[in-house]
Ligand binder design. Structure first.
Ligand code: DX5
Ligand code: ZN
Length: 221
């Protein structure tokens, strides 16, 4: 099992204090910074793109875990690689040639991830699973921070964990959406090792540092 990874989702940060927010994540021991790119087409919302990713890159040494919620991601993966993305995660729903896209991401020097919406079955990843560095299971419909966790996704994590184990893959199994101190342990037990957190991190009443520490402590025993 890979180590426990906490990845605060930067779209829930206060952008007027971006560098301070990122520094607070680093001091609290965040492992990755999760960057949610939305295009107003694949998902209803428009958020951020390569320019913002590049600003995060300059503000931090942490791996940038870039989640592309965009149509036709092949058109943009080079831009995000150049902007400093460490991981590029694409949605299976947007990639007619998922294995080709995964290979292209790796050829650009990034780790390659595949993700799927709650309604998309785990089997849609089967062919690409041997090639990925990470799988991201969405536990909300992508589009916004602050939505309620979908408990039906626990079984999907178990299913994908079993498939990765059968392949003897050491890919990260990450979850995204409604992760809190209550839902993180459920997904950890199901076999996830990496946890995205927007609201539970940045909107913690005692600040993002405490938010990250509380999430980690929720499974530390
Ligand atoms: C959802 C995004 C998430 C979001 C998570 O569409 O992909 O990364 O920022 O936010 P919370 O943890 O608040 O659900
Ligand atoms: Zn995300």
């Amino acid at each position: 099992m890979n180590k426990l990874i906490i990845a605060p989702s930067i779209i829930a940060a206060d952008f007027t204090h971006l560098a301070d927010e990122i520094a607070a994540c680093e001091s609290a021991g965040a492992d990755w910074l999760h960057v949610d790119v939305m295009d107003g087409h694949f998902v209803p919302t428009i958020t951020i793109g390569p320019l913002f990713t590049e600003a995060c890159r300059r503000a931090s040494q942490l791996p940038l875990d870039v989640h592309l919620m965009i149509s036709d991601p092949d058109r943009y993966i080079e831009d995000f690689a150049k902007a400093g993305a460490s991981h590029l995660i694409v949605h299976v729903e947007t990639c007619p040639d998922l294995i080709g896209t995964i290979k292209k991401i790796k050829s650009l020097g990034c780790a390659a991830g595949a993700t799927l919406n709650p309604a998309t079955p785990a089997s849609s990843l089967d062919a690409a699973l041997p090639f990925v560095d990470q799988v991201l299971v969405m536990s909300v419909n992508p589009g916004y921070s602050g939505q309620a966790f979908m408990p039906e996704m626990i079984a999907k994590v178990e299913e994908i964990r079993n498939k990765l184990n059968a392949l003897r893959s050491n890919a990260h199994l990450e979850v995204d959406g409604g992760i809190t101190v209550n839902t993180l342990p459920l997904m950890y037990k199901a076999g996830a090792n990496a946890f995205v957190a927007g609201n539970a991190a940045f909107k913690h009443p005692q600040g993002v540092g405490q938010g990250i520490k509380s999430l980690r402590a929720s499974v530390a025993g």
